[in-house]
Design a protein around this ligand. Structure first.
Ligand code: HEC
Length: 224
């Protein structure tokens, strides 16, 4: 067969080890056919025999139910505030503290008691060393000579929009370093809500106290 093929072919370089390509191709075809049969045979075995475990692997198919998770779903929702790699942080109010390019005057989410308590906790961790527990700029580091953490109880800062505070915490301000890598965006907002409460606490009048709660103030503190 090899020889007859040789005769039909022009005398060029189309010989491979003494045989024509055609015969090599046909022998390859038969090998491929054998492999296909073998594959079919193996698959059939794996569904019924001892290889069953490999056919039905212990993994979830997309959206299949789960006995493991309490909500019965294998596809768990992402944890709140998870940002996938390269996912756009498009909420400029939440992440930049701006609305239409200007410093925001509103919070990106409602300020509840929980948010306030969280803000108090975070403020006491991150801000008190310099700004003090009431925000007068007399934290322990200031007392040791670090000049001069701002007091929040100035007219300028009382009137500053919340977006300004967000900018200061995020990007730093003068000698104050950025806290963006240590305090998540939501916690920055919680701290700002607490700073607002501190500002009110140091600049409140009796009129700011609801009438029904004024008698709890004891010996009628005079309005400043
Ligand atoms: C390491 C000390 C330090 C810590 C901690 C710190 N600050 Fe400051 N902060 C400063 C100093 C110093 C200034 C004044 C910077 C200047 O005027 O150069 C300042 C200024 C400010 C101002 C005033 C900006 C202005 O417009 O004048 C705000 C608001 C502020 N800090 C908020 C915070 C908050 C909120 C935290 C906690 C997340 C915090 N700081 C943590 C040192 C600190």
């Amino acid at each position: 067969m090899c020889r007859s093929d040789e005769r039909r072919l022009p005398a060029d370089k189309k010989r491979i080890s003494g045989c024509s390509r055609q015969s090599v191709v046909s022998s390859r075809r038969s090998i491929a056919g054998t492999l296909v049969l073998l594959a079919l045979f193996t698959t059939a075995c794996s569904q019924n025999g001892s290889l069953q475990i490999m056919a039905n692997q212990p993994r979830y198919d997309p959206l299949s139910p789960s006995n493991f998770f309490p909500n019965g779903m294998s596809a768990q929702p992402v944890i709140s505030d998870t940002v996938a790699f390269r996912q756009a942080m498009t909420d400029t109010l939440l992440y930049n503290g701006t609305t239409k390019g200007a410093r925001a005057t509103t919070f990106p989410f409602p300020i509840t008691r929980e948010v306030m308590l969280r803000g108090q906790e975070r403020y006491n961790i991150y801000c008190t060393p310099c700004h003090g527990v009431i925000g007068d700029g007399q934290g322990i580091i200031a007392q040791r000579g670090f000049c001069c953490p701002a007091s929040f109880h100035t007219d300028t800062l009382r009137n500053a929009p919340v977006g300004h505070f967000f900018d200061v915490i995020t990007n730093g301000f003068g000698r104050m370093p950025s806290y963006a890598s240590q305090i998540a965006a939501r916690d920055r907002w919680a701290i700002i809500a607490y700073v607002r409460a501190l500002q009110l606490s140091q600049n409140a009048t009796l009129d700011d106290v609801p009438p029904e709660e004024r008698n709890q103030l004891g010996s009628a503190t005079p309005a400043p």
